[in-house]
Design a protein around this ligand. Structure first.
Ligand SMILES: [Zn+2]
Length: 270
């Protein structure tokens, strides 16, 4: 299956290819739920679109240079009632502030230069993967991903590993960068990985921003994490193993039927 911008996010593309978000959608350590992931692939369940998602798309459209088209195609960005009718909703006005912060920092613009929204595919762990690089500069030796986040600080308790995680670990961003680096390496035929960069801008007022890079150790560690989980994901996706419900996510709550009565200790926090 040949991918382009119109079919990249399609059900057909998701059935054929693995992606980082699909991998995370399957893998419990990343908040994944096999039952939900499979329901999505069957076309039975669609995650409700969150405002935060649209804000991210807004900032990405700026990076791609397609913000005017994006605004024209999304009337939801504009307020339809009251004195502010016809104006951008306040959260999208704030996206403009975030964009101004990025535009006025030369190091950010350097990291985000190059070819935009580059689609690549490659075989990893015995299955085809798809990736989309926000900014691609092979001649400089790097690619960059752009993230619009609530904040950079914050810690999340990882129950499985019994440790606190930062936003990079919690959201699986290192895993994402590692897959992108590996797919790009295979595609280019180069021996070495490009250096993955991430440009982060926060939704805080005023926004914070940061540029970070990941080294080869990060990439190797993250590829190992995927290696530890991918066989199970492959089995479930291929229908060779039955999907397990997490009983926590929106999909599981929506389709929940109690099958047994639990002991109080099952609700322990640690
Ligand atoms: Zn679930």
């Amino acid at each position: 299956m040949k991918l382009n911008k119109d079919n990249y996010f399609s059900l057909e593309a998701n059935r054929h290819y693995m992606s980082v978000s699909q991998f995370k959608d399957f893998a419990p350590p990343f908040g994944g739920c096999e039952a939900r992931a499979m329901a999505k692939l069957r076309g039975e369940y669609e995650e409700p679109e969150k405002t935060a998602f649209l804000e991210g798309k807004y900032v990405h459209a700026w990076n791609e240079g397609t913000l005017p088209e994006f605004k024209a195609e999304n009337p939801d960005l504009y307020s339809s009632q009251g004195k502010t009718a016809g104006q951008l909703k306040s959260n999208f006005k704030h996206c403009n502030t975030m964009i101004e912060v990025l535009e006025s920092d030369p190091l950010v613009m350097k990291a985000l230069a190059g070819e935009k929204e580059v689609i690549m595919t490659g075989e990893l762990f015995g299955i085809p993967w798809k990736v989309m690089l926000d900014s691609y500069q092979p001649e400089v030796g790097l690619f960059a991903d752009l993230k619009a986040l609530k904040e950079i600080d914050g810690k999340w308790w990882n129950k499985e590993a019994q440790v606190y995680e930062n936003f990079l670990e919690h959201y699986g961003y290192i895993v994402q960068m590692a897959v992108y680096a590996e797919v790009e390496r295979l595609k280019s035929g180069r021996e070495q990985w490009l250096i993955p960069h991430m440009v982060v801008v926060t939704k805080q007022d005023p926004p914070d921003h940061e540029v970070m890079y990941f080294d080869f150790d990060d990439i190797e560690r993250a590829l190992n994490i995927i290696r530890n989980h991918i066989e199970r994901v492959k089995e479930v996706k291929a229908g060779l193993a039955e999907s397990v419900r997490c009983e926590k996510c929106e999909y599981c709550r929506l389709t929940k039927k109690i099958t047994r009565i639990k002991h109080s200790s099952e609700f322990a926090l640690y």
